[in-house]
Design a protein around this ligand. Structure first.
Ligand SMILES: [Mn+2]
Length: 321
């Protein structure tokens, strides 16, 4: 019996969702199922290749809905789970009892475990650690900035490798390990440990760089990395280095865009009344109330600097209140 499990690629929660679904399916439906994993990424135009749902069971976890009649299982928790209103309508009319959506869950991994346990009697021994960490990482629910930035826990090391490895099929090949090993055992696999070493060294250099560039004034941290071609940095570094920061504004630049990333410090108890999404929307960006961003064309670096400066000024008004 072929089971095609499509999951959100290069995402710790996506990989863990596929692993928990696999365990659920084997325990509750068919222990001899032939599971094949396929990573999905967001891209312009057609989201799913036409021949992707080619098995007896076709599953999507932690990724957008498809109205294909070949799709047999679906789990997601993203705010934007439906590409069109027609897809949302198709989902609302589904009577299969095998498609589930709940945006209140911090991780799709926990959503699958919850539904499988409540509705199908799934027991899933030894999956607690995986579910716990998927929920922390995907929901950014770290107890402190050290956990997020020092990456001492195996879950954080695996997550860095999953997010930072571009090799096609890499995460799909990792999922059988996630179904059967502890996170400590997986982090110790040479394929993970070696990749982690390289990515962690890069991470440490961005910690140093942000530390040397950032300026904190009236609760707002600003740093400019636009000369670096390094758009990707761990977004908790600012608060790890500067616990007194309430808000952070970062300017970065890559071949694709000039970016202004605006965030707030989840560990600083100062009340945060600024809505960062609304602020960024005024400059053509968007996001969430607590973290948002603006992307400009790569050539608009001067505009980017200006916008960043204006936002820093505005946030100083909020942080001081
Ligand atoms: Mn997710």
């Amino acid at each position: 019996m072929g089971v095609r499990v499509c999951f959100h690629d290069q995402c710790f929660d996506g990989a863990c969702s596929a692993a928990v679904f696999a365990r659920f399916y084997c325990e509750c439906f068919n222990p001899a199922a032939d599971l094949r994993y396929h990573g999905l990424t967001h891209r312009a135009g057609q989201l799913f290749e036409s021949d992707i749902f080619d098995s007896e069971e076709n599953v999507i976890v932690d990724f957008k809905y498809s109205s294909s009649d070949r799709l047999t299982w679906w789990f997601d928790h993203h705010q934007s789970a439906f590409l069109t209103e027609a897809d949302a309508e198709h989902f609302r009319n589904d009577r299969s009892g095998k498609k589930f959506y709940d945006p209140d869950f911090k991780s799709c991994t926990k959503l699958i475990a919850h539904i499988a346990t409540q509705q199908f009697g799934f027991r899933g021994p030894n999956l607690g650690e995986l579910i716990h960490w998927a929920d922390i990482i995907d929901g950014a629910q770290y107890p402190d900035p050290q956990t997020a930035v020092e990456m001492k826990h195996p879950a954080m090391q695996i997550a860095l490798v999953i997010e930072g490895t571009r090799t096609k099929g890499f995460v799909a090949d990792l999922i059988p390990h996630l179904t059967s090993k502890t996170l400590g055992e997986i982090a110790a696999l040479p394929v993970i440990a070696n990749a982690f070493k390289v990515l962690y060294a890069h991470h440490l250099s961005s910690v140093d760089l942000i530390g040397s560039r950032a300026q904190l004034g009236e609760g707002v941290l600003f740093f400019d990395l636009s000369d670096q071609d390094s758009e990707g940095f761990n977004k908790f570094i600012p608060y790890y280095l500067f616990p007194a920061a309430v808000y952070s504004v970062a300017l970065s630049h890559s071949r694709e865009r000039t970016k202004i990333a605006v965030g707030s410090n989840p560990w600083n108890p100062t009340p945060k009344s600024a809505n960062l999404a609304s602020i960024c929307e005024r400059f053509g960006g968007g996001g969430h109330a607590k973290v948002a961003a603006i992307s400009l064309p790569p050539d608009d670096l001067e505009t980017g600097r200006n916008v960043a400066r204006q936002i820093v000024e505005e946030l100083r008004g909020y942080a001081g209140r």
